[in-house]
Design a binder for this molecule. Sequence first.
Ligand code: IMP
Length: 503
Amino acid sequence: MAFIYDEPAHTFSEYLLVPGYSSSECIPANVSLKTPLVKFKKGEEPALTLNIPLVSAIMQSVSDDNMAIALSREGGISFIYGSQTIESEAAMVARVKSFKAGFVVSDSNLRPESTLADVLALKEKTGHSTMAVTSDGSKNGHLEGIVTSRDYRISRMNMEDQVKDFMTPVSDMVVGSSDITLKQANDIIWEHKLNTLPIIDKEGNLMYMVFRKDYSTHKQYPLELLDNQKRHVVGAGINTRDYEQRVPALVEAGADVLCIDSSEGYSEWQKRTLKWIRDKYGDSVKVGAGNVVDAEGFRFLAECGADFVKIGIGGGSICITREQKGIGRGQATAVIEVAKARDEYFKETGIYVPICSDGGIVYDYHMTLALAMGADFLMLGRYFARFDESPTNKVNINGTYMKEYWGEGSARARNWQRYDLGGDKKLSFEEGVDSYVPYAGGLKDNVNLTISKMRSTMCNCGALTIPELQKKAKLTLVSATSLVEGGAHDVLLKENTSSNYPK
Ligand code: IMP
């Protein structure tokens, strides 16, 4: 007879945290959100640690190189989506790894023959008043000079006047060489009272611009996640089909960690993929696996050598897997059971395999609940899709700005590698939808707000670290009736009230 669980599976909204004693040291500023990303042996440090427990989902509509840079600046990481060609995924990873904070590829470029009219048109288009003049007008052409608003006066000049006659020529400028650090560039900027320092290679071709204002911005990222060469840390999604080609390309491009992206991870396909990676690279390539929703699935992937295990089937906001196939499990119950299995595995083997709760986070407080239930970090799609940095279009729908957000199992993404179980290399039916989410602005402000709520709740539970939260947290199920009390109730809300968190 089939196995039938005694208890129903619960989701995050059905739980609350019961506060514990908070000492006077328990203040948000003292909370550390550091958490392991990959497995480690008892007494040792993990090879990769996150500074905040958030990673962005392996999805076309969420994680490209732009998102990866923005999130790593705040202390988390992105997993670049795998449902694209190997070349373009590797190129995205390479762009993150070669991105030098504060070193900007020039987006406003002119030719020496460009006219004052061209200068004004470009300024209007980009909003930038500093423009590079290169031999061919390209971003990496031979640097000839620079034009700023100090170089021209509209009232005294003709629109046809050529840039080469009024620019500041490179011979009169201070420039930096390509091996310069941001600190050195900043010192030169201060010493010579510059606003901009162009960086050129040995042949005199323009590589980057360093702007005075960007150095102070750079300092605004205290939790920035960098590797030992001060490059941004980035992850990348892989699948169980083309790993023999995709993994080497991503490793070569500099990916710090990989993750097998699958809607259902308790499979021989994942075992084969993990084995191939271990045989070829040993432990030097870090790779997570998933998704699973019970202890059995976790143990299987841990024993196959996964560096972390991802939990969640059917709970994602764009997910229709449960409706289509009838598989899945309430996310809270899945996290609680897998966390227990992780702790048992640690006791038995001395190996700690971090677990990631993936999908189904609706409110910020769900994140703290998931951590309290035992998750080491969280993967989010909808949350990040709402920000400026996500790769999708921002559209105006009936006066409200929205961002597009679609599932990897939707016809739009056509990610058959994630869903097809060794069949016919196509998406036979959809497991995800194409949707809009309310536009929420920039990543930095939103993540900082979320993190401040997390820190505050942790203090209410008397915890200064995530492991401490996991030990001390007291969680209670809420009855259907008391759920009503959770939001504002029995009052008439005024317009624009903030008590309804924008989903
Ligand atoms: P969200 O944070 O609730 O939006 O969930 C994001 C997660 O949903 C991803 O990390 C995936 O695990 C999962 N997911 C992505 N695309 C699909 C899909 O098309 N169907 C089902 N689940 C999906």
